[in-house]
Design a binder for this molecule. Structure first.
Ligand code: SAM
Length: 344
């Protein structure tokens, strides 16, 4: 799950103890700020190898970590060194760590020399675990909640626990960090201030088609998570729903060795996936340009044709004729026609 093969190497400072962080000045040469146009940039002289010795690294130990609190801790989505300093400090302080998979989290904590009691908290036991956590929090404990990767509660267990803990009047503090959706958006180059997080589409074709039809007119960037064994089917479904013109971005294996970010028109997406067998493997975030921002002429045209036909024919006939005219899937057009009729 965790991969340290990215750009960063692990330092020898792997072991982190809550009470053993040294905040004293670094032993090596002090960094001398150099004035540039009268402004002092304290980092001007720094070498990358010296970053681990900066006094600010030790500041995580001086932050406030209240007791009787549930901490929602984001963990890396691939590259283990993407964990935050504050997350490490809190994990080292925590009385227990509630996690989606004790093996994965045990492995992650071991990388940082942290050994904590682990409590399994997955999608099938969130309610029961919440009661246990509330009891421990009432005793004054600090509990960390993590998922396998990224931010808990985002297409991951955690939301029900947070809901129950807050309802019990206990404190919940988030420690932000990686999330695959935000990471993908940041590097996509899609220009739109709005995004709509969809997460995983339904696995069954018909339900997926219905879900997609509900998104056709949304002007925001659409953000999907997808499993590798469904990526080809999903891309076909995206094409049927949104047409070939919109831009799609595949953000694959983010922060890992074989990271790939590829942008193309939806009409070329299946061919790109097929061009290399490795492309149907790994973890994917898929982004699709929004309807308005895309200026999606194909969508607009299909919609216009459907509207005209609906005024003259039955739903079925309108969908069938529109499919012949536009080359789009009849089912998708039928769903859209139903939605148009429903909103009249
Ligand atoms: N909570 C996580 C977050 O904040 O991003 C998401 C967990 S969800 C169960 C897992 C999905 O996130 C994967 O199927 C994939 O769609 C996406 N994902 C996670 N890590 C990824 C990565 N390194 N590269 C691309 N997508 C990733």
């Amino acid at each position: 799950m965790f991969d340290s093969t990215g750009a960063h190497n692990r330092t020898s400072h792997g072991v982190l103890q809550a009470d053993s962080i040294d905040n004293s000045a670094p032993a090596s040469k002090p960094f001398r700020p150099r004035p540039i146009f009268g402004i002092r940039f304290p980092m001007t002289d720094i070498q990358t190898s010296q970053i681990a010795q900066l006094p600010v690294i030790g500041e995580a130990a001086q932050q406030s970590y209240p007791t009787a609190t549930l901490y929602i801790v984001a963990t890396p989505i691939g590259n283990v060194t993407d964990i935050s300093l504050r997350a490490l400090q809190l994990l080292a302080l925590a009385d227990a760590v509630a996690c989606e998979d004790t093996r994965n989290t045990g492995h992650l904590l071991t990388r940082f020399g942290i050994n904590k009691p682990l409590i399994a908290a997955h999608q099938h036991n969130e309610r029961e675990v919440a009661d246990k956590l509330i009891h421990r929090l009432q005793q004054g404990e600090r509990i960390a909640l993590v998922s396998d990767a990224g931010t808990p509660g985002v297409s991951d267990p955690g939301a029900r626990i947070v809901d129950a803990v807050r309802a019990a009047g206990m404190r919940v503090l988030p420690l932000p960090g990686a999330s695959a959706a935000i990471t993908a958006l940041s590097a996509s180059g899609l220009v739109n201030d709005q995004f709509y997080f969809v997460g995983f589409l339904p696995a069954k074709a018909r339900q997926r088609e219905t879900a997609l039809q509900a998104l056709v007119t949304i002007p925001a960037i659409l953000v999907f998570y997808e499993a590798p064994h469904r990526i080809v089917d999903s891309v076909e479904a995206l094409l049927a729903a949104f047409g070939p013109m919109r831009q799609i971005v595949f953000a694959r294996e983010l922060t890992k060795l074989f990271e790939e970010i590829h942008r193309c028109p939806l009409g070329e997406a299946a061919a790109w996936l097929r061009a290399d067998v490795h492309r149907e493997k790994g973890e994917f975030v898929v982004l699709v340009e929004g309807a308005v921002e895309a200026g999606d002429a194909a969508d607009a045209e299909a919609e216009r044709i459907l509207q005209i036909l609906l005024a003259e024919c039955s739903l079925k006939q309108a969908a069938s004729l529109a499919a012949q005219i536009t080359g789009r899937k009849k089912n998708a057009l039928y769903e859209r026609a139903l939605a148009i009729k429903g909103s009249e």
